[in-house]
Ligand binder design. Sequence first.
Ligand code: ADP
Ligand code: NI
Length: 215
Amino acid sequence: MEQVIAKTEEFVKREMSADSTGHDWFHIDRVRNIALKIHEKEKIGDPFLIELAALLHDISDEKLHSSKEEGEKKLTSFLSLLPLDELKKNQIKEIIETISFKGGNNRNITTAEAAIVQDADRLDAIGAIGIARAFAYGGKKGQPIYDPNINVRTSMTNEEYRKGHSSSINHFYEKLLKLKEKMNTKTGREIAERRHLYMEEFLHEFYNDWNGKHQ
Ligand code: ADP
Ligand code: NI
């Protein structure tokens, strides 16, 4: 088991080292650690499956590959090399598929492992690290940190998003401030609470500074 984890770590490090959109090895490592911590507190799910799924959760991400299919192939071919039974391999794939489903939250979370890894991934998108990742991502995409002409409280269509008519501050309203309510576990919700407050404070200060208050 330990060998499987070590081999997976090595593979993920190699695959994700070049990414600067917030999808780097350190993101994976944080998600793994926080997922295991949630598991310890909640006492649900299989820690081995949780750890492997956390390590592999972004491997098939479209952003790292030329197509969705290519990403899925990457995950499948790596899993096929592992000395695990088919049932476990399928469980890992299923966990990753349920949590990485983009474009909505339509995919129901049906296992404790998926619930935990999804919470961990979402926790890494909020709080201090979430703030840093949002601006890193925005910078890479060439979007402004903030644009007062973009109505931050109005939802944009996915189309507008893709065209880049957004700002990193806008992303907080589109996604980050909504994550607290979407936590699957009690432990996840508790951690999210603190991180959420920190983002709200950050935004408050951001607007104060932007508007030249308190100087
Ligand atoms: P993951 O797959 O790890 O959940 P995503 O691929 O959705 O994350 O995004 C990676 C990081 O980039 C996250 O921290 C997310 O908040 C941030 N991000 C995604 N889209 C935007 C955006 N339009 N503007 C700013 N940050 C973004
Ligand atoms: Ni992730």
